[in-house]
Design a protein around this ligand. Sequence first.
Ligand code: GTP
Ligand code: MG
Length: 581
Amino acid sequence: MRSCTIFRAIMASYRALCRLHLRGQGSFMTCVQKAHICVSRSVGTKVVATQAEDSGKDEREEKAGPKSLSAFLVERQEQAERSVLISCHPKTSEKKFLKYLSRHGDIKKHFFYDSYGTYAVVEFSTQDGVRSLLDAAVIPSVSHESAVPFKSRLLSLRTTGAVNQSDQQPGLQCRPQSTVPISELIQTLARQETVDQQIMCLTQAYQLTEENSRLRFLVCSLLKDIAAAYFPECTVKPFGSSVNGFGKLGCDLDMFLDLDDISGRDVQTPKSSLSVEYQMKRATSERAVTQSILSVIGECVDQFGPGCVGVQKILNARCPLVRFSHQPSGFQCDLTVNNRVALKSTELLYLYGLLDRRVRLLVFSVRCWARAHSLTSSIPGAWVTNFSLTVMVLFFLQRRSPPIIPPLDHLRQLAGPADRSVIEGNDCTFVSDFSKIQLQTNTETLEQLLNDFFEFYSTFPFGKMSINIRKGKEQNKPEVAPLHIQNPFETSLNVSKNVNSSQLERFVALCRESAWLLQQRDAPPAGAADGTPPAWGLATLLLPSQVGGVKSRRKRKREPASERIKSLLESLKSKNSPKNS
Ligand code: GTP
Ligand code: MG
């Protein structure tokens, strides 16, 4: 049995390496080492520190172990409340910009990025800095149009007289907020020496950065300011891949408007014989309340929200939402109300992602592979979602021998009284204290796991069985959907109900092809004459697939495949339906 102490030791050594790097010591600038440092950078264990005081904080975090999701949310929300978003000219002098802002308060952190123009995120040490800056801000003078007088923390830097934007001046250093193109990623991966290195490199290139995570919380905080016009005590919290540790740069921003503090969920019984209560308008159901709140907030975002465009109110969905683009950040946003089960799923994924570093690394590789082959899409449809795909990876890791992560039922048994959570009749209880979770010793490499993931799902009996991370075992399918993945908390639901059989067939065919491809080379090939290394290992898996057009790939010269893989290829050619496998 391996305890969480080992996990903490690994995390501590990552941070120690990182601090060494920040001090400019050592020469561990290889991609793999950077990836080791960065694999945990945007989740609860903050690694990339740009301010001196953060190093002391890292020491404290090492002792305390990984941060719980709720602690991480509180910290980031608090930072966001002290932050402003400022549009500025790309040739602005950073020095003058900071000097001007410092008049309003100490600046704790700032960074610039590009999204339909150049923006700065500026975090003040206290909210007084924000207030002072907002007091100094003026209403724009528009000659042909009229401005909606809604003041927010989204500002524009006006440059008059004193600040020169000379062309000689170097442009602002902008932090990237999007991923490198896949072709570039494939080249980088091809240069690595092992598949494990490739997987770490991919994660490093695609995961959310510290800055991107801050920007996501800032957008939530700006949304909260709009909703607060109606519900002053509300909060807007991010959930899903923005915070679960599996987010890729450019992923959507899922938010929920939390009205629990005002909805009377935790009502206290009055102590005195007399008490007063609010008179409130009644609706026929919770869903009707949610729809009316979202309808009004959606209208408000549309009419008054600076930078919010393309607002759609999707109120008849199973989970009603308002969808819009937040132009200054470039995020596609989905706003829901009191979506507490989704927050629990997010917390569960976050916890699994921190239990063993291979979880995140494998999820990133599989998500990226699925996207490269259009198995997933940002448009809703009959394809598998990233959430379902993540649950499939977790299930696979529970099925290893020995298992890499425990089933949800085991996490439920370890829960204490404070972890108890029942939402709309669904038991969402699981342990939050990482130190209570004992992991078994499994030393499998990432390469082995990636290969076995593809083999596992190449032969999974989708026709009969359901994927169940609560039990950590496949169960008989309760319904006839092509793919059945039990919702971890609303256990009567299938999270992949939308997937049709042709999408599942493509998934299985691609798993077979990928397992086969991964076994083609034991070692990376020699570099090509023009210096461009040929794709191999994980890089090959991201190239356009030949599934449905196997011929051209078959033309290429290959080493002989193992008997097992040959039979897999045979079954691919015979186009067996996954229902029969
Ligand atoms: P990407 O946005 O594709 O990067 O991944 P995501 O994990 O954020 O998925 P998505 O935006 O589709 O959903 C946001 C979150 O809602 C997920 O992380 C889950 O926590 C939750 N969620 C999504 N689909 C389901 C579902 O079918 N059932 C349940 N219980 N939760 C879901
Ligand atoms: Mg999402």
